[in-house]
Structures are given as structure tokens and as C-alpha cells.
Write a protein that binds this ligand. Sequence first.
Ligand code: SAH
Length: 345
Amino acid sequence: MKDIRSLSLNEIKEEFSQLGEKNFRAAQVYEWMHKKLVQDFSEMTNLSKDLRQKLQDSYTLSPVREVSHQTSKEDGTRKYLFALEDGNVIESVWMQYKHGNSVCISSQVGCKMGCAFCASTLDGCVRSLKTSEMLGQIYEIQRLTGERVSNVVVMGSGEPLDNYDNLVRFIEMLSDDKGLNISQRNITVSTCGLVPRIYELAEKKYQITLAISLHASTDEKRKSLMPIAKRYSLGELMEACRVYEEKCTRRMTFEYSLVAGVNDTAEDARLLAGLLKGMNAHVNLIPVNPVTERNFVQPDRSACLAFQNKLEKMKINVTIRREMGRDIDGACGQLRRRYLKEEQP
Ligand code: SAH
């Protein structure tokens, strides 16, 4: 069945004209899906029973249904496990900040990128998420919490640029005033660095924030942490970032997971500053989140601060990410993994 929640309003109008339905019906259905956030045709009460039945027979809304959630006692962060129509499960995180509520969504079921410190990738990628399933995580969290979501980060499981077409559709629909109308400036997409896709995305000239997972400042170290570094060198990646910055005129973010004894020396910081020279960049340091299956260790607080200071001295704009939901399987992919292990021992 066709996934109607991934279609644009114009596409639904075309579908409806073939069904012999009027244009304004398409607008009504669009509003039910993307403003009123229903996950079932039966809730679309201003449509005739006939039409609701017709829709039910021809389309799916690809709902995401809550399986469970955990709430952090430390900061109220909530991690949701959602089931998709085909039985796959994904996780999403709801975080409350002073400036508003933020949702971190998954873009794929699992991930195939193989980064050494990441739990999402341990079982590979099952499939990419549809646009409706990416939107659905935000919609359902807004419904369940009763609170407006103002920021969205595509930083959960999966590599968003490996699901490029659905991602582009997602950005356009999420920032559309006929939907949740979330400003592109409040949307962040994080990538491990698929260079050709960065060039492609640059042409869209979106106002989103692109975050690049760097994690190392030499090719050799990056290759030991991230298989993608074997495909694209740091030189190629940084060139793509410079082009992106110029086309979109947006400050880029560089994520750098600090791993004790691996990438946290003063020399690492010096080389990192060199890579970013002349760019309008922000560095987000993430003390590595220990994952049971991996034996990486966080540098202690003073080592993180020393790394930050070193970058600041070289005029790099840098922050250490506040760890949210540490007590609830905070690291990417951990909740889903635990669920899968418990379900299928
Ligand atoms: N595939 C995308 C987005 C998913 S992960 C990407 O690579 O950017 C979001 C961020 O969390 C990435 O920077 C990722 O490298 C980082 N990350 C994953 N597992 C981590 C862990 N255990 N500790 C610290 N950072 C982690």
C-alpha cells in the first residue's frame, strides 16, 4: 500500500484527482496528518465514512507506535522505543532545554557505517526509514508529551545521507507551514561524511545546520575509528565542507568524540584547529559514551577541559556537549539493542 504520509500536498492532490476526490479533501487529509498528527484514518472526522474507508483500503499512514519509554531522573530526558509497521523497532529521544524541546530521531533501522564506538551499527543496517517514519517520531512524541517540539536533530541511529531522498523530503515537509513549520535553522543533520552527498545537499541551500562527525584530525586515526574514512580522506571531506559553508552560508558543526588515549592529546587538538582554519565552525566535544560492547574510555573531566582550552586558544569556537539521559542508555542505539537482546535471546 502507498505510504500517504510521505507524499507532498501536490502529490496527494494528484492521487485524489484519480480517485475522483476534490482538491480541498487532499488539503484536509494533509492537515490531519501533518498538523493534527493523527496516525489513523478513522480519526479524520471531517471526512465521510466512505472516503475514510477508501483511504484505509488504498494507503497506509506508516504509523510509529510507542513500545516503551524511559525517563531520566537526572534531567527528564525521555527515550522512546517505537515499533514500525513491519515490526522493526527504532529509538528517539526527547530532551527539554531552556530554549525549547528537542527531539533526536533515527534515520535508519540500525546503521551500516561501522564506527568503532557506536552501538547503532553493531548489527548493521536493516533498512532506511521512510519520510513518514522520520516525521512520525516527532509527531508521536509531540502527541505523547503534549508539548511542542521546537528543535529536531537527525542524530539517532542511522546515517541520514545514506537515506538521502527521504531525508530531503523530510526536511522540506517538517519546515513547511502546512505541517509543523519547524524553522530549518532549528533542524540539525549529522553525517559521518558521505562526501558526494554533502555536495548534493549544498545545492539545496537549506538553512539547516550540518554537523560532521570528525572524531579525529589525521586520516590514520580517523580510519581506525570510522570505516568511511577509508573511502574519503580528510582532505576531500574538508573541501566538501568548505563548499557547503560557502553555498549555504551557515556555520557548520564538527562533532568530536573524545576517547582517552586515542584522540585527546594536545597534538590532536592542534591538528584539528588546523583542519578548521578560516572556517566558521563550531566544535562539539562529546566525551565518548561507553558502550558495553566496546572498550573505549572517556578522558577525565580535566583532560576534556584541557582539550577544549587548547582549541579555544587557537580561536576555535568549542563546547563540551552536556550529557543528557546518562542513566537511560544514552548512547545511540543502546535502548534498541537491549530490547532486541531481551526479545530474541
Ligand atoms: N550517522 C550520523 C548520525 C548518528 S550518530 C553520524 O555519524 O554523524 C550522532 C553522533 O554521535 C555522531 O557524531 C556519532 O559519531 C556519535 N556517537 C555515536 N556513538 C557514540 C558514543 N558511544 N559516544 C560518543 N559519541 C557517539
